[in-house]
Design a protein around this ligand. Structure first.
Ligand code: MSP
Length: 643
């Protein structure tokens, strides 16, 4: 049986997990679930990196021993992974005895074979990154990685003869184009390898750092945290402890990393493996970073996204879906609440959720819920089936090419094809006309398409897709993609009417932004009879006068940071200056707004929109994708009452 072994970086237990950690782990989980679904023998390893300066510092800050700090912090990761439905086969902690023993044995073996030697060394040390740099590595005398101050340190240390593998590594990267992906990252490593490679300092004197694995051949030292951590990928699958297991899984099929830890994984790690006489992983895949408002997330900027907030808002599966669908693998992606909600509402609430509720309702109306038989197929049915087949093929190839977002996009295309199919075949008309055979074929074809879509998306949204299949009348046991070809089909299943799978999220919007209207709501509004005085919803002139509308002149306009749709306007109302926030950035640039005369609701209660104060609301009309400001059609001073 083909095997698939996937790993994530192991995370430092110095802080609580954030979206970056959640992303890599969900990605690994999705890859593992897909590969299981494709029938491959799969192992998924994740865990925590518990030694080194960062963890020691964090423990000191909390005034507790480092092991206690690790034991407490690790729970945050484990709880989040449980919440996120992470199906790892092993969660490794580098403070586990078994791992420590493997590290010591590897060190001793390399030392005995002359791969590790002792030497005096003077270098520039960055405490934050726990790394030594040479003079020429420094940028403006500061750490080339993080820009912080570095300190000159001379000490005796142990070194791994990494330099001797430089040519071999260059050849390996060149001869194995799938070793470092995306390929531009391979070029980055090859660029790094143009300079002579130094040997790697793999020890830290205990006088400077005590929280680490003691060197077996010199008890005055502990192991450099990266040398210890990288070995988790082999110790986690039985290296030197369980030969059979190790043989079964190593080399890894895919090691997922973030782009910031490329050098350690594509230079240190392969040379370590070479010295250990072990084969290299097939692929090391470096993904991009999640940014917020196009900025790097950092604690000091206070813009770190906490996965729990989004999970609470929309549920675990929607969060997993967003992470997978939004980031094109390898590149950076932007996380904002707006993009999250807008993707949720369009892909999940509108497209997928809608298709399910339409199919279920129509089928219950037509047959009482039993999925009927499919008879002769016409071109519309064939077109729908082709869209689903294309999604199945795209999903498999996107997995192989690490283009998951594209695979997901093709599944959503199939969902949209399903909605178009219903519009076109109009089962409600078929029912009215008594065209039962055709009606049955349409309903069963749409349900079958949904079923296959659920199988394809199950690795991304396991619980929701299981619910979807249960709504179609399945047991909730989601079959694997590999089983689709031979699946006996879903005709005869009895559907259940369920609440919406993905209830729409009502966005907290800038006051002016018109509430998003569904086509249905718009139709309903058009069809509504003309209002009559005295009926509910009708106001008197006095009611209207309670709203104070005034002309206002826009003096200044700028975008609201981190909110794509919002503009902050400084407006003049006669002698008064005010600030309002308005959701018009998609339609008007700040430059276009300056100088415009607008109409505002002047007596609206003040509000904070994305943390920015808004004192009033401007008037605009929107139809479809067009938004138009309401402006006086003659020259008017600002502050004039409108009514
Ligand atoms: N402990 C090391 C890894 C050792 S692996 C042998 C480490 N840990 S970490 O906790 O700092 O980071 C783990 C991963 O999170 C890295 O792959 C990093 O790229 C990723 N991310 C951290 N912030 C991120 C984003 N904002 N977006 C995406 N991933 C980011 O490094």
């Amino acid at each position: 049986m083909e095997k698939f072994y996937v790993t994530t970086p192991i995370y430092y237990v110095n802080d609580r997990p954030h979206i970056g950690h959640a992303y890599t782990t969900v990605l690994a989980d999705v890859l593992a679930r897909f590969n299981r679904s494709l029938g491959k023998d799969t192992f998924f390893l994740t865990g925590t990196d518990e030694h080194g300066q960062k963890v020691q510092n964090a423990a000191e800050k909390h005034g507790i021993p480092p092991q206690q700090h690790c034991d407490e912090t690790v729970l945050r990761f484990q709880e989040l992974w449980q919440k996120l439905g992470i199906t790892c086969d092993r969660f490794i902690r580098t403070t586990q005895e078994e791992h420590k023993r493997v590290v010591r044995e590897v060190l001793q073996d390399l030392y005995d074979r002359g791969e590790i030697y002792k030497a005096d060394y003077t270098g520039w040390y960055c405490v934050g990154d726990e790394r030594f740099f040479t003079e020429k590595d420094l940028v403006d005398g500061k750490c080339p990685e993080c820009g912080r101050e570095v300190t000159a340190i001379t000490e005796s240390n142990y070194f791994f003869r990494m330099s001797k593998y430089q040519d071999w590594l260059i050849d390996h990267i060149k001869n194995n184009p799938e070793f470092i992906l995306p390929s531009f990252r391979a070029n980055e490593t090859l660029g790094f390898l143009k300079k002579p490679l130094a040997d790697l300092c793999i020890s830290r004197p205990k006088s400077r750092l005590s929280w680490g694995i003691e060197l077996p051949f010199d008890t005055d030292y502990v192991t450099y945290v990266w040398f210890d951590a990288l070995l988790n990928y082999v110790s986690g699958v039985g290296y030197r402890t369980d030969d059979e297991k190790f043989k079964r899984w190593w080399p890894a099929s895919c090691e997922l990393i973030g782009k910031d830890i490329l050098t350690t994984h594509t230079v240190y790690w392969p040379t370590m493996l070479k010295a250990m006489n072990l084969p290299l992983p097939k692929t090391i895949f470096a993904h991009g970073w999640w940014l917020t408002g196009n900025q790097k997330m950092s604690k000091s900027l206070g813009n770190v996204v906490n996965p729990m907030d989004m999970i609470e808002r929309a549920g675990v599966d929607a969060f997993r879906y967003f992470l997978m669908a939004e980031m094109s693998l390898g590149n950076d992606a932007n996380f904002t609440e707006e993009t999250f909600i807008s993707r949720y509402n369009s892909d999940l609430a509108n497209d997928l959720g809608n298709l399910l509720s339409r199919v279920v309702k129509l089928t219950i109306r037509a047959t009482g819920g039993t999925i009927p038989e499919i008879s002769a197929l016409n071109d519309d049915d064939k077109e729908l089936n082709a869209a689903v087949d294309a999604a199945i093929a795209a999903m498999s190839s996107s997995l192989e090419n690490y283009k998951l977002d594209q695979g997901i996009a093709s599944v959503l295309n199939a969902v949209r094809a399903g909605n178009r199919y219903l519009e076109k075949c109009a089962p409600w008309t078929l029912a009215k006309n008594g065209e039962t055979e055709r009606l049955h074929t349409v309903l069963a074809s749409a349900a079958t398409a949904l079923f296959k879509v659920a199988v394809l998306l199950a690795p991304v949204m396991p619980d929701k897709m299981s619910e979807l299949i249960a709504a179609l009348g399945g047991t909730g046991n989601v079959p694997g993609i590999a089983e689709l070809a031979t699946h006996s089909g879903i005709c005869g299943w009895v559907m259940k009417d369920v609440p919406p799978l993905f209830p729409r999220i009502i966005e907290e919007k800038a006051e002016t932004a018109p509430a998003p209207k569904t086509a249905k709501a718009e139709k309903k509004a058009k069809a509504a009879p003309a209002p009559q005085a005295g009926l509910p919803g009708i106001i008197t002139i006095d009611d209207f006068k309670r709203t104070e509308l005034r002309t206002a002149k826009v003096l200044k306009a700028e975008k609201v940071e981190g909110a794509d749709k919002l503009l902050k306007l400084e407006i003049e109302l006669g002698s008064e200056l005010r600030q309002i926030v308005s959701g018009i950035a998609q339609w008007y640039t700040p430059e276009e707004m300056v100088g415009k005369m607008i109409i505002v609701v002047a007596n609206l209660q003040k509000a904070k929109i994305r943390g920015v104060e808004s004192n009033g609301m401007l008037l605009a009309a929107k139809v479809g994708d067009t938004l138009s400001l309401i402006t006086p059609d003659k020259d008017m001073p600002s502050g004039i009452l409108v009514g």
